[in-house]
Structure formats: structure tokens, C-alpha cells
Design a protein around this ligand. Structure first.
Ligand code: ADP
Ligand code: 5GP
Length: 200
């Protein structure tokens, strides 16, 4: 009944964004996940159209002409958010989760001022390093690049509406769910005429 909104989830590589997004999507029928397009090659186990839509540089160039809400270069690859899906789901009244980087977060806030921006922090850089390595899907060079970028990415956390530390996964999922449930009840998300019934 209240207006749907985009939910941006950002944070350094390996902090647990994908895991947490899967956790909240599985528990909330009113949530949809946006699947980005990327020029990054698929990791082992990633499913085309589920994790990402994997495209060539040339295909990405074409998407840039109107098909993306935002796009950015992250860790030397291109990533972009599909316009039609996001706008379509919001129009249906479903809240859309975007797992995107800090550049994407800033762009989305500009196009959708009603968006909620949540930054995921690790308990420490040591734990973060362990998670990136533990995932076991990236080459050493890629891991080094991601850990270096992590230091810069966390400096953007204060620009976000909420900060969630992903220590115990279940606690972090609960915190995300609490934020979303509260945001759905924000006064500004109710339709203008909702209050008429109370004789305003
Ligand atoms: P991201 O999407 O932010 O790059 P992932 O969701 O792929 O991160 O998580 C990176 C690794 O950390 C995965 O192996 C995942 O299982 C693990 N992980 C995620 N959250 C936790 C947590 N709270 N405690 C321990 N390990 C976690
Ligand atoms: P990964 O290669 O680990 O899946 O993702 C690398 C980074 O790209 C992550 O920070 C992720 O949030 C970000 N990302 C994924 N999709 C998009 C997108 O569509 N737009 C932007 N700006 N960043 C994205």
C-alpha cells in the first residue's frame, strides 16, 4: 500500500553483500533483486541471468545507451543496473534491492531520492581478507586489487543512510530486515490521499 523504493546495498568485496541479499530476498516476498549486467567473466558457480547478465564490452556499450539506470567501472570491469526491470518492479509495488558499488549508490540516490542506502562493513579488515580468500573464487592478483579498493570504499560509508556490520550473518540479516520494515512505514511513502480517511 505504501510506495515501493530501491534499496542499495554497498560494501567492500567479500564483506558478504551477496550472502546477505540472498538472505533477505528468501524471507521477504515483497522484495526483488536487480540482476546487473557486467563485462566481468563469470566465477565458478555463477549462473547467467541469476548472478549477473554476462556481456561483452560491445554489448555493454549498447546497454549504456538508455538501458541502464547507472553504470560504473569497478575493479577494472564494467557493471550496470537494468532500467526496465527496476522501474517495472517498483511500478508493481515491489521494493528492489541493488547490490552495487559506491559510485552506483550515489547515482541511484540522485535518480531516486526515495532510495534507502545501506553500507555493509566487516568487523575488521582482517576478517574481510579472510572472507575474500575463503570464497576461493578469485585469483591472487584479483584479491589484492579488491583488498586495496576496500580501504577506499569504506571511506564512503558515512554517505549512506544506514551502516550494518556483518559479523554473525543471521544478526546482519535481521538488521537489514528491520531497516526495510521501518522504511516501509516512513510517512512520506504513504499515498497523499491515505490520510483523507481520517478527515484531515
Ligand atoms: P560480497 O558479495 O560482498 O563480495 P559474499 O557474499 O560473496 O561477499 O561473501 C564472501 C564470503 O564470505 C563468502 O564465502 C560467504 O560465504 C562468506 N560470508 C558472508 N557473510 C559471512 C558471515 N557473516 N560470517 C562468515 N562468513 C561470511
Ligand atoms: P563482484 O565482481 O564481486 O560481483 O562485484 C564487484 C563490485 O561491483 C561490487 O561492489 C558490486 O556491488 C558492484 N556492482 C555489481 N553490479 C553493479 C552495478 O550494476 N552497478 C554498480 N555501480 N556496481 C555494481
Amino acid at each position: 500500500m505504501t510506495k515501493a523504493f530501491p534499496i542499495v546495498i554497498s560494501g567492500p568485496s567479500g564483506v558478504g553483500k551477496t550472502t546477505l541479499v540472498n538472505g533477505i530476498i528468501a524471507r521477504d516476498p515483497q522484495l526483488r533483486e536487480s540482476v546487473s549486467a557486467t563485462t566481468r567473466p563469470p566465477r565458478d558457480g555463477e549462473v547467467e541471468g541469476e548472478s549477473y547478465v554476462f556481456v561483452s564490452d560491445k554489448q555493454f556499450d549498447k546497454l549504456k545507451r538508455g538501458k541502464l539506470i547507472e553504470w560504473a567501472e569497478v575493479h577494472d570491469h564494467l557493471y550496470g543496473t537494468p532500467r526496465e526491470f527496476v522501474e517495472g518492479e517498483l511500478a508493481k509495488g515491489l521494493d528492489v534491492v541493488l547490490n552495487i558499488d559506491v559510485q552506483g549508490g550515489a547515482s541511484v540516490k540522485k535518480c531516486f531520492p526515495e532510495a534507502v542506502l545501506i553500507f555493509i562493513l566487516p568487523p575488521s579488515f582482517k576478517v574481510l581478507d579472510g572472507r575474500v580468500r575463503g570464497r576461493g573464487t578469485d585469483y591472487a592478483k584479483e584479491i589484492k586489487k579488491r583488498m586495496k579498493n576496500a580501504r577506499r570504499e569504506v571511506t564512503f560509508a558515512p554517505a549512506y543512510d544506514y551502516i550494518v556490520v556483518n559479523d554473525q550473518m543471521e544478526d546482519a540479516v535481521s538488521a537489514l530486515r528491520a531497516i526495510i520494515e521501518s522504511e516501509r512505514r516512513r510517512q512520506t511513502r504513504y499515498p497523499e490521499d491515505y490520510f483523507d480517511r481520517f478527515g484531515r
